[in-house]
Write a protein of this length. Structure first.
Length: 123
């Protein structure tokens, strides 16, 4: 069954939908589930939760999963790049001073923990 077509200009929105969406779906989630959904939606290419849900449920699952993976990899690579830059700064400082201070060891330990978190995320 086809829905009614949109008649005003500008109604098609981001996804260029030409049919008025008349049906509404409601469901409940826990606080933790809500945070997970928001995190996934924020990391995706979609502008709203509604659009994220529609695309998640109606798009071929492997394509959506692939876009989520690309988004996650992009975020993880950015984190690794920041850590690498900080490590380079520490290395330059060590080369100038010829000794490693406690503060530097603590920073290196912190970076190690961050890298291990990223590796766990990539799972």
């Amino acid at each position: 069954m086809k829905g009614r077509a949109k008649v005003k200009t500008g109604q098609s929105g981001f996804d260029q939908n030409k049919i008025i969406r008349e049906k509404e779906l409601k469901f409940r989630v826990s606080h933790t589930e809500y945070l997970q959904i928001c995190h996934s939606a924020h990391g995706s290419k979609f502008n709203s939760l509604a659009q994220y849900f529609r695309e998640s449920l109606l798009a071929p699952s492997n394509e959506l999963r692939r876009s989520e993976i690309k988004s996650n990899i992009k975020n993880l690579l950015a984190e690794l790049s920041k850590i690498g830059n900080n490590l380079n700064q520490i290395a330059r400082k060590c080369n100038r001073n010829s000794k490693i201070e406690e503060e530097m060891l603590a920073e290196i330990s912190s970076f190690k923990k961050s890298i291990l978190k990223i590796i766990k995320k990539m799972g």
